[in-house]
Design a protein around this ligand. Structure first.
Ligand code: DGJ
Length: 355
């Protein structure tokens, strides 16, 4: 108990990566693989709810709200997965995916990862995209899902899930490098796994996702309502095996930090830059510095948040045996010789507090 109060007191003053982070109800924040938007004077943090015994989605996407990035109010479930109907296994006309019992793509027990939300000022809707794997099919479906809400904290209404840009070649035209899966999936749509969203200064939004059996990232433009792909997309780092994309833009340069592909195990972060979202993308050395920098401090990137005068690198320390106990790494991005650097700090105070 004493330890709990000590931690809570410390937590109210600074960001301490890797420790338990409590919400206003005294529970460890349950928003993994997450992302944050600022709306008005409030930050809304969305992430995967995880149980103690499974990483599959038993609840859905959680939302937390804060004005200072340190004290978080639990806003509850923003997007709920659908509970299975009772006594309806193998129902005629229903989906039969390994015993699935509802018609919903986001059925309880599906895999729903890395939710991200962006606000569309024209439609005044909050648009949530996430990586979806249909229940009982492991990581085969490789879809994205889209949901929408009128308020930041939801409730979000699930719209649809599918693969990306079926029947469309990337802007580069005919396939060249590591193109086997691009060609294979041309008709049914490109695979869409680890993902993030990015809204550019001109209001155009992009979906960035691991595709082609995780060999190649794809960057796809969204329609003006942020609810669909336009069909314009590019391939990034073909054959580079990147997951967990996180992106920000500073002084006209786009910076992306990703991970390699080692499941829940940490690996060395990668960094890329480009003068345009469409590339060309140049790879740079690992931006992490400090203990375990070669393993991203035992974490995996999920988002980069512009906040005050800072950019905050966000990552997850996964705990696959106790998924709910996964921890968060948030570190301010520094710049050295014009390039981003993520330096470990045991604790630090965000500029939302100091200014
Ligand atoms: C790594 C991904 O980045 C995570 O989101 C998750 O899909 C795990 N793999 C599952 O092994």
């Amino acid at each position: 108990m004493e330890q709990y109060w000590n931690n809570r007191q410390k937590q109210k003053q600074a960001i301490r990566s890797g420790e338990l982070w409590y919400d206003d109800g005294g529970r460890h924040i349950n928003a993994h693989g997450g992302g944050i938007i600022k709306y008005g004077d409030t930050y809304y943090w969305f992430g995967e709810h995880k149980d103690d015994w499974t990483s599959n989605a038993m609840v859905g996407v959680m939302c937390y709200a804060s004005k200072d990035l340190i004290n978080w109010r639990n806003c509850g479930v923003a997007l709920s997965v659908t509970a299975p109907a009772i006594n309806q296994t193998n129902r005629q006309g229903g989906r039969r995916r390994g015993g699935a019992t509802t018609d919903s793509d986001i059925e309880q027990g599906c895999i729903l990862e890395r939710p991200k939300v962006i606000y569309n000022p024209v439609t005044k809707k909050f648009c949530m995209w996430f990586h979806l794997e249909l229940k009982g099919r492991g990581y085969d479906a490789a879809r994205y899902g889209v949901a929408v809400a009128d308020r930041p904290e939801g409730p979000y209404k699930f719209l649809y899930s599918q693969r990306a840009n079926a029947g469309t070649w990337p802007l580069e035209g005919s396939p060249m490098h590591f193109d086997e899966y691009l060609k294979r999936d041309f008709g049914t749509g490109q695979m869409s796994r680890d993902m993030t969203l990015f809204v550019d200064d001109d209001g155009k939004a992009y979906h960035i996702f691991s595709s082609e059996e995780n060999y190649t990232l794809q960057i796809a433009e969204l329609t003006a309502d942020y609810l669909h792909h336009t069909g314009r997309y590019t391939r990034m780092a073909p054959g580079g095996h990147n997951e967990a994309p996180a992106i920000f833009k500073k002084d006209g340069t786009y910076w992306m930090i990703t991970s390699g592909c080692t499941g829940w195990e940490p690996n060395e972060a990668r960094m890329f830059s480009a003068p345009s979202i469409w590339g060309p993308w140049t790879q740079h050395p690992n931006p992490c510095r400090g203990p375990k920098a070669e393993k991203t401090f035992m974490g995996q990137s999920t988002f980069i948040l512009p906040a005050g005068n800072q950019y905050i690198f966000m990552a997850d320390i996964w705990r696959p045996r106790h998924p709910r106990d996964a921890r968060y790494i948030w570190l301010p991005i520094e710049f050295e010789d014009g390039k981003p650097v993520v330096r470990w700090q045991d604790e630090w105070i965000p500029s939302t507090i100091t200014k």
